[in-house]
Design a protein around this ligand. Structure first.
Ligand code: NAP
Length: 245
């Protein structure tokens, strides 16, 4: 029986790379997305070509009922869940503190923090009875750097994810569940265009010690290792993948 991995936000970017890597690592794959159905279909097709059984689930992770419905579908199709990559995330437009609105903060925290926590909760409910599982939360180096004059609210959501990763890891460590984070630096994906700055990864990536932005595949490689038995004694930690940033 192949293990099953849920990747939230798998229709593009880092999540898509993680889904394809999970498929080639031997997982069946749940491809979650919110709005990009064509992207999710393409990822699922590629994962199927790599030998995985796939389930595509549209669910806005900011909607608790949608999360419940997504896990119901996972239960029906697979009956078990072995790994989760809590990857779905958004940024706002470049802004200073004086530009931030309650609506923007609400949406950012609903998607990036509360959604990730509720997905992890539903995963633990399934993993604890099985006494095994792994949850990888996608953070950001912005949690450490703060992202002044760019998006300090987004950075704060990732700080929350780092704290949640440590707390959850400790809470479920004796249940056979490992929890870790991956903190990417600047990675070439469409998130920067969605945030109104298409050239951000190239521009700021050049300032990293390695002198370039990273790729989604380089993040998927780190996630794959953390999910694997090679990382069997790794929990509660955040692995920075940032070219030295
Ligand atoms: P991306 O290319 O914009 O992809 C984001 C993915 O998340 C898409 O599949 C999107 O799906 C999904 N998503 C967004 N809102 C969602 C929601 N409410 N419910 C479910 N899915 C949702 O972004 P990315 O660069 O790959 O980022 C992935 C993760 O890495 C995020 O957590 C981000 O904060 C983190 N990260 C990225 C960078 C970077 O430089 N790229 C750096 C540090 C951390 P739809 O399009 O279908 O809505």
């Amino acid at each position: 029986m192949r293990p099953v991995c849920l990747i939230t936000g798998a229709s593009a970017g880092i999540g898509a790379a993680c889904a394809l890597r999970a498929a080639s690592d031997g997982y069946d794959v749940v491809v979650n997305y919110n709005s990009d159905h064509a992207g999710a279909e393409a990822v699922a097709q590629a994962a199927t070509d790599a030998g995985a059984r796939c389930l595509i689930v549209q669910a806005d992770v900011a909607d608790p009922d949608a999360i419940t419905a997504m896990f119901d579908q996972i239960d029906s199709k697979f009956g078990h869940l072995d790994a989760v990559v809590n990857n779905a995330g958004i940024v706002g437009q470049t802004a200073r503190i004086t530009d931030l609105t309650h609506d923007r903060l609400r949406r950012l925290f609903d998607v990036n923090v509360i959604g990730a926590i509720l997905v992890a909760k539903a995963a633990v409910e399934r993993m604890e009875p099985a006494q095994q599982g792994v949850i990888i939360n996608i953070s950001s180096v912005s949690a450490r750097l703060g992202s002044a004059n760019m998006y300090i609210d987004y950075a704060a959501t990732k700080g929350a994810i780092d704290t949640f990763t440590k707390g959850l890891a400790d809470e479920v460590a004796t249940s056979g569940i490992r929890v870790a984070g991956v903190a990417p630096g600047l990675i070439e994906t469409d998130i920067h265009t969605k945030g109104g700055e298409p050239g951000r990864a190239a521009r700021l990536g050049a300032t990293a010690p390695m002198g370039r932005a990273g790729t989604a595949q380089e993040i998927a490689n780190a996630v794959s290792w953390l999910m694997s038995g090679q990382a069997s004694y790794v929990t509660g930690t955040i692995l920075t993948v940032s070219g030295g940033r």
